[in-house]
Design a binder for this molecule. Structure first.
Ligand code: NOJ
Length: 512
């Protein structure tokens, strides 16, 4: 009878797309973690020798850009309360904690001429506390908080930053390297460059639309690659860690399957995913051909003597190709696109891209205006990456959901489980993913949204002197997921009913 039922159910699963009842399990060595970043949680913005970051400067000078007027001066005060943070990690039962190092805390001048021992000590203490409880540190070297002193020299638009970043990484690898197995060089180049040098949505809010963004992207990618090569040649053998980069890989579909919409979606994927992935993971290296073509053509029409997208010379292409042990995928949402009907400022990234973004009818809305739940998008993003870039090793380095304050956050738990369901299906279809990271361990300063959008599994009471942290309902759900590592009812909801044909599995590697 049991066999009969299994046959019927697996038949149904094939004929109806994804809505089957099969129990799926994460592999034994699959890792679950949570993440945060320095500016968003540490506070202590000017303590123990830390210098000003671009976010300190931006929000001190422009409190009006923050929805609720808060900033990262004190934040969750993790600089002083890191032991409580580790206690929460133990409560959750995570395998690793992804956090970032504040460059201006370690190198107050931005350069390695002066090392702030107290700043480094904070990270060493945090790592020791994690390791004491068998929680692996996953360390991000750069999560948006550049030393202000370097910004005054042009920040990520100045190619010299590639050397400065390498010098900084060396200091960190020398001091913390033996204790860290997972490194992320840079978090979300798109936020750094598009939002920081074009759209003025993030610090340093330099308005250099259509030009600054692309200079920044080239320098960020090269800085990543140089640090990857540094680790590979000088640290890997002795420290045995791996190094990746975290990219925003949200999914983009056409609003419907018309040719124009499908082309718009393809273009949008090249501008939002390919621009960062191609140089590292594609067989040809370099920026995507379509992106190069569009920007070169527009630049010419706009009277520029050469393309606003800087060239990658052969030596740089070589440096970048294969420069990552894994793809850190930050995935939050999905959009549907059509060719644009708007007039954008010219030149600008928005104008180069020229698509309009829409949302699915039934997609649930998070507190953040840009955040909608569409779990199938994670599945599609994984399959896309597999097919375009030959099944790279991946870790989901961020995924999360924003709410109002309050402990009853049923939706966050449900969203995490549904996305994990989509991830399991992607794994079944060949995705080589080793880790999932929930954003975030606790509420934090959501950049210019302040603390009006809460992403935490733990709520932070910002009015209490000890920044009291309390587990939300979702923390208990996530804890249960980590313990059981098995899918349950509700993980594969009908909204996941993507009846796209299953793609081929990862090629079996030939035995040597
Ligand atoms: C990605 C960023 O890395 C993180 O800093 C931010 O808080 C989350 N997205 C949520 O917006």
């Amino acid at each position: 009878m049991k066999i009969f039922l299994t046959c019927i159910l697996s038949f149904l699963s094939i004929s109806q797309g994804w809505r089957d009842y099969k129990v799926r399990k994460f592999p034994e060595n699959f890792m679950f973690g949570v993440a945060s970043s320095a500016y968003q949680v540490e506070g202590a913005w000017n303590e123990d020798g830390k210098s000003e970051s671009i976010w300190d400067r931006y929000l001190h000078n422009h409190p009006e850009v923050v929805a609720d007027g808060t900033n990262g001066d004190v934040a969750s005060d993790s600089y002083h309360l890191y032991k409580r943070d580790v206690e929460m990690l133990r409560e959750l039962g995570v395998d690793f904690y992804r956090f970032s190092i504040s460059w201006p805390r370690v190198l107050p001048t931005g350069f390695d001429n002066e090392i702030n021992i107290k700043g480094l000590k904070y990270y060493e203490n945090l790592i020791d506390e994690l390791l004491k409880y068998d929680i692996q540190p996953m360390v991000t070297l750069y999560h948006f908080d550049l030393p202000q002193r370097l910004q005054e020299l042009g920040g990520w638009a100045n190619p010299e930053i590639i050397n400065w970043f390498v010098d900084y990484a060396k200091v960190v690898f020398d001091k913390l390297g033996p204790k860290v197995k997972y490194w992320i060089t840079i978090n979300q180049p798109n936020s750094i460059c598009i939002d920081g040098y074009g759209e003025s949505m993030m610090a340093p809010a330099v308005d250099s639309k259509g030009v600054g963004e692309y200079l920044c992207i080239k320098n960020v990618l090269l800085a990543h690659a140089k640090v990857y090569r540094l680790y590979e040649s000088q640290y890997k053998t002795k420290h045995k860690g791996s190094v990746g980069i975290s990219l925003a890989v949200n999914w983009i579909d056409p609003l419907n399957n018309s040719t124009e919409n499908s082309e718009a979606a393809k273009k949008a994927r090249e501008f939002t995913i390919g621009l960062y992935m191609n140089p590292i993971w594609s067989t040809k290296g370099d920026f995507p051909a379509l992106v190069k073509e569009i920007i070169a053509k527009k630049s010419k029409e706009q009277g520029f003597p050469r393309s606003r997208l800087p060239k990658l010379i052969p030596e740089e292409i070589k440096l970048l190709k294969g420069a990552s042990d894994f793809l850190g995928m930050n995935h939050y949402t999905t959009s549907l696109v059509t060719p644009s009907t708007q007039e954008f400022p010219s030149p600008s990234f928005a104008d180069d891209l020229s698509v309009d973004f829409h949302t699915g009818k039934d997609w649930i809305q998070g507190k953040s205006p840009w955040l909608k739940s569409a779990p199938y998008g994670l599945y599609k993003a994984c399959i896309h990456v597999n097919l375009e870039y030959s099944y790279p090793r991946m870790m989901i380095t961020e995924h999360g959901w924003s709410t109002e304050t309050g402990l009853q956050d049923y939706r966050r738990g449900a969203v995490i489980r549904e996305y994990l369901g989509a991830l399991l299906l992607a794994m079944e279809d060949g995705t080589d993913v080793q880790a999932y990271t929930a954003w975030s361990l606790m509420d934090n300063v959501e950049w210019t949204a302040g603390v009006s959008e809460r992403f935490g599994l733990y709520e932070v009471d910002y009015n209490s002197p000890i920044k009291k942290r309390t587990a939300r309902q979702s923390a208990l759900i996530y804890k249960h997921v980590i313990e059981s590592r098995v899918s349950e009812d509700g993980w594969f909801p009908s909204s996941l009913n993507i009846s796209i044909t299953k793609k081929k599995k990862a090629p079996v590697k030939a035995e040597l």
